[in-house]
Design a protein around this ligand. Structure first.
Ligand code: ADP
Length: 298
C-alpha cells in the first residue's frame, strides 16, 4: 500500500514525474546554495578592496587639501606630502594634479561600490536567497522610508515629491524590498527630470492589488527604449545616463522585486513628456496552501 502513490495516481501524476521532480528539487537546492556562496564570497572579495580604495582616496584628499584662510596651513611642506614632482620643481601644481586624481579615484570607487552592491542585490532577488515570507506592510511606512532615502537627491535637484491617494492601506510582502522598489522609481523620476519639477506619488488599493504610481515631468522615454529599460544595464541614452552616475540596474531590481511578490511594474511614457511607473503589489496575503488543497478536496 502506498497512500501517497495512490493519491498522486488519482491526481494523474505518475511515479516517473515525481522522481524527475525530486531530482529537479535537489538540483535547484544545490544551485541556490552555489549562488548563496557566490554572493557571500563576492561581497567579501570585492567590497573589501573597494572600501580600501575609498579610504586611500580620502587620505590622499586630506593630505592635499589646499590651505584655507582661517585653518592651519596645509601646504605640501607642512603636511609632508610627497606626491610626484621633481625635486625643486613646482610642487603645488603636482599636488593639485594629485588631488584631482584622488577625487576621480573616490568618484569611481564609489560608483564601483554601488555597482557591486546592486549586482549582489539583484543576484539575491534572482533566487540566491529565499524570498522572505510575506508580511503586512503599511504603505504609509513605505512612503516615509522612500522620502527618507531620496531626500538628498531631491534636494540637490530641487525636485518636490508630492504624495496623494489613499492612506492607511496595507500591502503584503517584504518591507525592505518594497521600500527599495519605490525608492528606486522615485530616484529615477528625480534624476531624469529637470530642476524645480514635481514627482507625484499616488497610492491606491483595490481588492487584490495596491498600486503605487510614480509620475514625473521629466525627459520621458522613446517607444523604442521603453520595452528594454527593465533589462539590466540597459540605458535609453548612454551619455546622459552615464552622467547621472546610475548603474543601469535600478529598474531590473524593481522588476524582480515586483515579480517575487506576484506583482508587476508598468510604465507609460512620452519622449519629452514625462513618465509614469506603476508598481502593483498584492493587497492580500497569499492564499493559504492548506486551505486551497482542502477546498479542492485533496
Ligand atoms: P540607471 O542607473 O541608468 O538609472 P535604471 O535601471 O534605473 O538604470 O534605468 C534604466 C534606464 O531607463 C535609464 O538609464 C534611463 O534611460 C531610463 N529611465 C528610467 N527611469 C526613467 C524616468 N523616470 N524617466 C526617463 N527615463 C528613465
Amino acid at each position: 500500500p502506498d497512500p501517497l502513490g495512490v493519491h498522486l495516481r488519482a491526481m494523474g501524476i505518475g511515479a516517473g514525474y515525481v522522481a524527475v521532480e525530486a531530482a529537479d528539487v535537489t538540483e535547484s537546492h544545490r544551485l541556490a546554495r552555489v549562488r548563496r556562496d557566490f554572493v557571500a564570497n563576492v561581497s567579501h572579495e570585492l567590497k573589501t578592496p573597494i572600501g580600501a580604495l575609498q579610504l586611500l582616496a580620502e587620505a590622499l584628499l586630506d593630505a592635499t587639501e589646499p590651505p584655507t584662510a582661517t585653518g592651519p596651513a596645509a601646504t605640501p611642506a607642512a603636511t609632508g606630502t610627497t606626491v610626484g614632482g621633481a625635486p625643486g620643481g613646482d610642487r603645488s601644481e603636482d599636488v593639485l594634479a594629485a588631488r584631482r586624481f584622488a577625487e576621480r579615484i573616490q568618484h569611481e570607487s564609489t560608483r564601483l561600490g554601488r555597482l557591486v552592491q546592486e549586482l549582489l542585490e539583484l543576484t539575491r532577488l534572482q533566487g540566491a536567497e529565499p524570498q522572505p515570507a510575506p508580511e503586512p506592510v503599511a504603505v504609509d511606512w513605505v512612503i516615509a522610508e522612500m522620502i527618507d532615502r531620496t531626500r538628498t537627491t531631491a534636494a540637490a535637484r530641487r525636485v518636490e515629491i508630492a504624495v496623494t491617494g489613499e492612506r492607511g492601506i496595507t500591502v503584503y510582502g517584504n518591507d525592505n524590498q518594497i521600500a527599495t522598489a519605490v525608492a528606486n522609481l522615485v530616484e529615477n523620476a528625480i534624476i531624469y527630470s529637470g530642476e524645480d519639477t514635481t514627482v507625484t506619488v499616488t497610492t491606491r488599493s483595490d481588492d487584490e492589488f495596491v498600486q503605487i504610481a510614480v509620475a514625473d515631468q521629466g525627459i520621458g522615454i522613446a517607444p523604442t527604449d521603453v520595452d528594454r529599460i527593465f533589462e539590466r544595464f540597459y540605458r535609453a541614452d548612454q551619455a546622459r545616463s552615464r552622467s547621472t552616475g546610475g548603474t543601469g540596474l535600478g529598474l531590473a531590481i524593481v522588476k524582480h522585486i515586483a515579480s517575487n511578490h506576484g506583482g508587476r511594474v508598468e510604465v507609460s511614457s512620452t519622449l519629452g513628456g514625462g513618465s509614469t511607473f506603476t508598481l502593483r503589489l498584492p493587497a492580500r496575503p497569499p492564499d493559504d496552501l492548506e486551505a486551497t488543497l482542502q477546498s479542492a478536496g485533496i
